[in-house]
Design a protein around this ligand. Sequence first.
Ligand code: GLU
Ligand code: ZN
Length: 297
Amino acid sequence: MSAPTIGRFAPSPTGPLHFGSLITALASFLDARQRGGQWLVRIEDIDPPREVPGASDLILKQLDDHGLCWDANVLYQSSRLDSYRDSVEQLLSRGLVYYCQCNRQRLNELAGVYDGHCRDLQLDNRGHSARLRIDAGAANISFSDQIMGHYKQSLGPCVGDYVIQRRDQLFSYQLAVVLDDEYQGISHIMRGADLLDSTPRQIYLQQCLGYQQPIYAHVPLALNAEGQKLSKQNLATGLQQGMESQNLFQALQWLQQEPPKELARQSVEVLLGWATEHWSLEPLAKNPVNAAVPDHY
Ligand code: GLU
Ligand code: ZN
């Protein structure tokens, strides 16, 4: 008997849902529902300086307005800090984590690949970041993505020992996401392709912690007219209230699901019913290219 499917959508509360985030929410929802599985929502609120007041509630309301109903209670990462702390301690006691005192200037000079400078300095945590040691023997990660195909990365030369807790004590996205995907029993992770190159870091951490590896599907990115990924940084506009059916219809088209045009004016329930029944990853997997959003988004 195979384990039940559990999918998830894990937004950071940095602004309202925009067309790009709707696409990944919808894709993960349809994929989980079509497999008869559960779909969970997790708010990734572990970086207070980047958060916008009210954004969590707004995102949840927007999901609800689009008929994307989640199972179980929403998990807020801000309620999980004790678990993150325990894991850092555990990795530390196993010699897999060490503290790093390198300043920003030094790190900038390294251009993204940490050189292990502080590995053997035996520093304490005060004002220092915690790095996960990349064991040379185990760090060639490869996996098969359901959309992007085979993907591999050598963590040593491409990333180096990476930060799991910052010097300001905030936990890193890489740590929190791995612990919570395990905690919530997530079997299928579907998210934006901008996170494809984070996945080997997450798989490595899963291996260190003895977790099972979920199945991944990275959805191509929705681009604005300038060819950039839609994001709050480049002022992607939030989805407008009252346009839910149209948003879903356009998102289905963007996801290459070819919804029949009669669906365009239907209720969100009818749209989602059709979309769940017809959901297929195949068109995206055949043609996994970033594509522009429709004009008015
Ligand atoms: N919170 C992340 C974001 O909004 C996504 C995390 C994930 O799906 O793994 O970009
Ligand atoms: Zn260092």
